[in-house]
Every structure is written in structure tokens, then in C-alpha cells.
Design a protein around this ligand. Structure first.
Ligand code: ZN
Ligand code: ZN
Length: 148
């Protein structure tokens, strides 16, 4: 019996180096590390929070490098910026269409999947075409709602 081949499972550095290269960015261990930090705890950290987490695995990384890495990841469409009111920009590695639920109590931000029909249900005036949309939700997360 022939063994089934899995050509896609070849070992390499994963999609990050390719995505960086396509957008004209160099792959660096710092960029990989910052991306890993964002993928690790997906609670939409600010750049400063990313910096604090990044230092745990890479003690000599600087805040300037973290900003540089975040900028590269955003430009490569691997991470998106999330802005709420006048808060510091936060970073989200979930690139599927989703909305954000902001908890007024604990300040956490949760990803909420958008139903596929949302765009059709927007009730847009005739002739308008949506290219991108962002819906923000506010309220209490499950944990905070349970405490009340
Ligand atoms: Zn909460
Ligand atoms: Zn998000």
C-alpha cells in the first residue's frame, strides 16, 4: 500500500515569512515573536501590553521594535488595528470579518462572529456598495454579567 503524501505539511517557518516577503518586509525573529504574542492571548492588547508580553520571551526587545513589528504585521494584513473612542490602539490577529464586543465592566474586548446575512440586512440606500464594515457592541461580558 502506498503511503499517502502530504506535500503541504513540509516543514518551514509557516506563513509569516511568506506574508512579510510579499509585502516587502524582511522576516525577523522579533516580528515572529510579536506575532506569536498576539496569537497567544487574543485579548486585543495595546502596543504597550504587547511590549510587556514580548519582553518575557525576548528580554532585549525595545518598544520601538515592537511598534515597528506591529506596523509591519498590520501592513501585511496579518493583524488589524482596533480603535475604541480615545483609547490606545489595540491589535487583533483575527483577520476574518468580525465585530468587537467591549465589556464596560472589565474592559475586555471579545471577537464576535458576524452572521453572513449582516451585509444584506444593513438596509443601505439604493446604489451604495459596502467594501468594509465594522460593528461595535458594548455591554457586559459573560463573567461580568454573572456577577451582577
Ligand atoms: Zn467583563
Ligand atoms: Zn478582534
Amino acid at each position: 500500500m502506498d503511503a499517502v503524501k502530504h506535500p503541504k505539511r513540509e516543514k518551514h517557518d509557516g506563513p509569516l515569512n511568506e506574508r512579510l516577503a510579499t509585502s516587502g518586509f524582511r522576516f525577523t525573529p522579533q516580528r515572529q515573536h510579536v506575532y506569536d504574542v498576539l496569537l497567544g492571548d487574543r485579548n486585543h492588547p495595546t502596543a504597550e501590553e504587547v511590549f510587556i508580553r514580548a519582553k518575557k520571551g525576548m528580554a532585549d526587545i525595545s518598544i520601538a521594535t515592537v511598534y515597528n513589528c506591529l506596523d509591519a504585521l498590520v501592513k501585511c494584513d496579518l493583524v488589524k488595528q482596533v480603535n475604541l473612542d480615545r483609547d490606545a490602539t489595540r491589535y487583533c490577529p483575527n483577520m476574518t470579518e468580525h465585530s468587537h464586543f467591549y465589556c464596560d465592566e472589565c474592559g475586555d474586548i471579545h471577537d464576535i462572529a458576524l452572521p453572513a446575512t449582516t451585509q444584506a440586512n444593513l438596509n443601505l440606500p439604493r446604489g451604495f456598495r459596502v467594501k468594509q464594515y465594522e460593528i461595535s457592541l458594548r455591554g457586559l461580558c459573560r463573567d461580568c454579567a454573572a456577577k451582577q
